[in-house]
Design a protein around this ligand. Sequence first.
Ligand code: G6P
Length: 370
Amino acid sequence: VSAAKGGYKHFMHKEIFEQPRTTTDTLRGRVDLETGRIDLDGLNLSDAEMQQLDCIYAVACGTAWHACLINKYFIETLARVRVEVDYGSEFRYRNPVMNERTLLLALTQSGETVDTLAAMAEAREQGVKSVAILNAIGSQAGRLADGGAIYIHSGPEISVASTKVFTGMLMAGYLFALRLAQARGTLTSAEIREHIQALIEIPAKIDTMLKDTAVYDQLADLYHHSTDMLYLGRWVNAPIALEGALKMKEISYIHAEGYPAGEMKHGPIALIDERMPVICIATKDHVYEKMLSNVEQVMARGGKVIALINPSDKLVRSKADHVIEVPETTPLLAAVLNVIPMQLFSYAMAVRRGADVDQPRNLAKSVTVE
Ligand code: G6P
């Protein structure tokens, strides 16, 4: 087992550090910077089918469900198709409205999660095609995906808490969004080339973020006795806040909640005091100023702010108790980078608390029963 961990203490640690490579593998052979072509050969949808789509149901469970939420931003922004995100466990029980212009997009690492499979079966019953974003080869979901599969090629993920698969699902979702944009003519090929350029720079940026992780140990030293934590983000980073909180809960057993920052004043603000660390995602985008006021509101109530910022940031830096720097990228792709500190922080906290990082209590790697 220790050989399989390749010198890392835990599989989760190893898998976090594999991400420069795994995100490269998701892109391999699928993008052409010269021509701006996106090639997803596992996809089984005609250009005509992609053009006439008017709704995509993105369905998954757990961390993959958070990846769906982010893919909604990618697809709606780039390809201008409406995306509804659903839990596998809810979709099949609510008689979803579907027609011949609907597509189901299932995200699943294992391809064996029973609720996600049931959603795909429900779509099939109503004559709606499914596309799957998958990691494991030879799964049930691969067989049910009559609209084709996009494999993320992240390799086996052993840690129950998902890390490299999450970033793989974002990279693959972005490719799918660009492929839809190509078919639907919502982006020019020059624009697609710019998106490809930004995408292919992601792995090296993740690599940079993994070079120095001392800050996470320092934060864990300070905050490992916390009983509650709050994660805030807006727009594409709202789901990253949810994912950060989920990761913290799963492996450190600290109660953590993720919230779209604008909703803070409708509830969670009542919980903020000097014992509450609040992770604020405040990298530069069109909602940065709004995040800045959220940071101020948390500080005014004595909360401890740990902020994710870009290196050039001055305003949030001057206010927050702690900052974690994240390289600049495009506003949408910031989601891929911003999840890395979430992974590293929850990992450091779990280790500091002596938790069983790879095998958290009560959790399974894939949930194959209802
Ligand atoms: C479990 C795992 C999660 C995973 C979820 C969905 O809850 O612990 O890490 O995100 O199942 O699994 P899937 O294989 O469908 O991605």
